[in-house]
Write a new protein. Sequence first.
Lengths: 306, 529
Amino acid sequence: MLSLVLKRIVWAIPVLFIVATISFGLMRIVPGGPFDEEKSLPPEIVANIKAKYNLDKPIPEQYFLYMSRLVKGDLGVSYKYVHRTVNDILADAFPVSLQLGILGLVLAIGIGVPLGTIAAVNRGRKLDFLAMLVATVGISVPGFVTGALLIFVFGLWLKLAPVALWESFRHMILPAFTLSLSPAAYLARLTRASVLEVMEKDYVRTARSKGLSSAKTIIKHVLRNALVPVLTVLGPLTAIIITGSFVVEYMYAIPGMGRFFITAVSNRDYDLIMATTLVFAVLLVIANTIVDVLYTVLDPRIQVKN
Amino acid sequence: MKFLLPIFAVLLVLVLVGAGWSPKSISPEAGCLRINLGTEPPSLDWTVTVDNYSFDVIANLMVGLTQYRNNLTCKPSVASSWDVLDGGKRYVFHLRKDVVWSDGKPVTAHDFVYAWRRMLTPATAAQNAFLFYDVINAYEFNIGKIKDFQQVGVKAKDNYTLEVNLRRPVAYFINITALSPAFPLRQDVVERYGDSWCEPEHIVTNGPFLLTKWQHEYKIELTANPRFFEGQPKLKKVKYFMVPEPSTALALYENGELDFIDNRSFPTPDVERYRKSPEYHNYPLLRNNYVGFNVTKKPFDNKLVRQAFSAAIDREVFPKILRRKEFPSSCWIPPSLMGYDKNSGPAFSPERARQLLAQAGFPNGKGLPPITFLYPQREDVRLVVEAMQDQFKRNLNVNVDLINQEWKVFLATCRNDAPQMYRSSWGADYPDPETFMSNFTSRNGNNHTRWKNKAYDDLVERAGGEPDQKKRADLYQQADTLLCKDESPLICTYLASQNILVRPWVKGLEFNAMDLQFFKTAYIETKGY
């Protein structure tokens, strides 16, 4: 298992290098620069700005400078937020997204897996129909609609939860719920399909014929195997959910990292774009590695090679 | 479907409970003004910042030599008076001796000299440095041509006397001294703390409030400055939240968690809803909107075509579709500034527009090449350009193709090679016609129309240096007529307005067309709420 983790770390280095290189190239191709604003600046001022941020140097030199800083852990400076380094920005924003993301993930798993299991066990019955109806709605309705609805019902109307902001645990409830709905719905559908498949297996029939209760059969024999495909999607899902959601953070005024995936691009804040991309890539690698390790725990027959 | 009945029942119970739920009372937070800034200010370093979000905060943290009154004239602030000498080329500012920084040290002329030196130093890369290029050798220092700041025309004659020498008389120079790049700065603080000098734990300021908390991307808190030379403000605290989504900000306002919201937080459909509310206020802004023609491209190389297009637009339609009490205008100088004359721009006349087009050789629009109209992706802009497209078709029988681009791509396109028509706007840097009129001089980087006119350049140049205000106004009015009516490299459309909601317990707020929000006179009336 240790060698698996080590191999993944070694493999991550060229992956991150390629991600960084492609992102760097794409940013420079897109028209418009970080200092293009409605009010055009005199060329003398533009020259000073470019010199300050090394944007007056040839692209290959800029790339070399960036990469040499990156290997030292320096993610650069923000062109938009003067005097702030990208490291500072992420240090402020990532913990917020992580906090919200973990809560959202727990909710997504806590809602999705039981919902899918209930649907599968009650296949073709009303509960199955109801669970899948909820799941379909969860997948189909965009986050900004769900968020607006929750704000209106629970914030403005019933006044059970704060409308927005990031002050206390109470302020996390609505955004975490909004964040979790779509992944929960996806997990529910996946779990249902997987549980149904496993329930057809001989060993499940054997367990039942030996007199094991339905609940015990499901929990002990079905779920353990049915969760393997669910686990597969949990890797990327975790990376997506803990790096924040633009919609949820924007809507609930949460100072997380999700909004930078969009605003950094629209501001052409080059170093911040690179950093958000790289952080996402790193988290994806970590999450997938953990999932691979968990495979072997859930099903000892699975051996991950290379 | 029987199983759905319990769900409906639960929902019904929720509705009933909701209806009977006693709402949290909406009341003020004593001594505290809670407002929405909308987004993170890019910087509170007043020397380098150029955006409105930052300046909204800085305007309550700092004061400079002068300050704008709400009628947009300049009044003394740190400078108690000033002398204008040598025909307008030399300004001597006499500083008050009772103005202190938040750590108790006096504000001196040397703090201004340091601030201006830092702003003009090439490595600082201050975007607004060009506003000071009329100061002797400021330009040369800023481009690195001279290294010795002693040669630049700003000097501290003593602790409380600041002298500024200009290379030419600049009639609007006093307006520049009220801008944030001209504010004083503490050299010891900047040098000690480097890039983090404007964080709450390090910053020193001289204005009505102190920066006490800055949670990036979330909230800024200011507290009253007991050392402020005009006296401690009545408000104990100002909280700026950074709620980017307007409907959320409005929900917070309606829930009693914000006391004040403006255009940034006020969705258009809700402006209608609040129109008759006593909490609703509206005032015009110094922001003019226009459509530019690239005069190097056919058919707009012909001024008759440009005039025809301009006369074909009924500007009264814009407030009807945008619904924020916009002010229709066909001229470039806004009404609150000198030189404004509503007759400087063309009147709406479809008949005359058709005549002009025929005169240009395109009767009923026949023979015109395909016309492209570029605009940035934004809902309100889309409504405007679609309304104009419709009017060109109805009034001139001309089809115009609309193309939209993402904001930065749009800017790059306009800068490199603007299409035949493009939509843009301009907000005043300072309350003087110069900030508008200089945009269309031949060498200005904002002039994407590529229109060059020596007579216009001369008028604007002369007006900029003319000390007699009446003569200045006449010169600007002539230039505005030349620009909007005679040559028409642009179609002026409307002036933007500010729409705000203020809770009744907020008193003493003052508004102005520059949209500067000064809170030193504001207070919260808790009695009765």
